[in-house]
Design a protein. Structure first.
Lengths: 118, 151
């Protein structure tokens, strides 16, 4: 009886470790999305300033016309868009965000240009 | 040579864009551009970040590289492998020039197809050079878009 009890207890511990091992194994397969669905939510023509853009998105990938126009590279996953650093070519880049500011540093026009198909 | 080719395994190469290539350079895109009317901002809002830019944003170059399929013959021998073949490539390049006011002065679209040779031995290999430079007009060097501090 006592032996049976020990056997049961050992089996429970083994099951627990097996379950933990499987949970860790499956957890390793899961990936957390990098993207955020609200990443670009602050962008409003006629309202968003250059400073707000820096605060939300950081350093642009490129500047044009002395900084009046900025571009950012974006990737996309299940969670939404995420920022990408400048690199040769467009590997992993889904879209190019173009922001055109007026002389006062307020956003005049913008476009999210899809450079690669989904 | 013929015996060598016949004894090798043919591996078809699927068609598709090169991994680093943009995919939004359609043949009809230059029809949307008008000399003296289209601005630098219009071009960026239409096509996104360029592949190359000229000094003082004097021109933008957009390019794409599309593989139209091909075949590589792979020979396995002595624990190693070697291969040779060819792939038909399509290169597109659109170079848009601007005046100092930022208005478009010219748009030059080039679409070129060519076969490229591929050779491989062990873990090394290479392919023949592309038949069109996509990030700059002929005879110039491309510059990456500026990434320095605001001027």
């Amino acid at each position: 009886m006592c032996w049976f009890g020990e056997q049961q207890s050992r089996l429970s511990v083994e099951r627990l470790f097996t379950a933990l091992f499987l949970a860790v194994l499956l957890g390793a397969c899961a990936t957390t999305p990098l993207g955020r669905s609200d990443l670009l939510g602050f962008i409003r023509d006629g309202q968003t300033t250059r400073e707000e853009t820096y605060l939300h998105l950081g350093e642009p990938t490129a500047f044009y016309e002395g900084g009046r126009i900025m571009s950012f590279r974006l990737g996309e996953d299940g969670g939404g868009y995420f920022l990408l650093a400048k690199a040769p070519g467009f590997s992993g880049v889904r879209s190019s965000l173009i922001l055109v500011f007026d002389e006062g540093g307020v956003l005049k026009r913008h476009a999210l240009v899809q450079v690669k198909a989904p | 040579m013929l015996a060598l080719v016949l004894s090798a395994c043919p591996v078809p190469l699927p068609s598709g864009y090169s991994g680093a290539s943009r995919e939004n350079l359609d043949i009809g895109v230059s029809k949307q551009l008008k000399k003296g009317v289209t601005t630098r901002a219009d071009v960026l809002l239409l096509l996104g970040e360029p592949d190359g830019i000229g000094p003082d944003d004097a021109w933008f170059a957009y390019g794409s590289v599309y593989g139209r399929g091909g075949v590589v013959f792979v020979l396995f021998a002595g624990g190693g492998a070697a291969g040779a073949g060819g792939e038909k490539m399509e290169y597109r390049r659109l170079v848009i020039s601007f005046d100092p006011q930022g208005l478009m002065t010219d748009a030059d679209f080039v679409d070129r197809e060519c076969w490229e040779g591929i050779v491989g031995l062990g873990s090394g290999g290479g392919r023949s050079p592309p038949c069109l430079k996509i990030d700059a007009p002929n005879g110039t060097d491309a510059a990456a878009p500026e990434t320095h501090e605001l001027r």
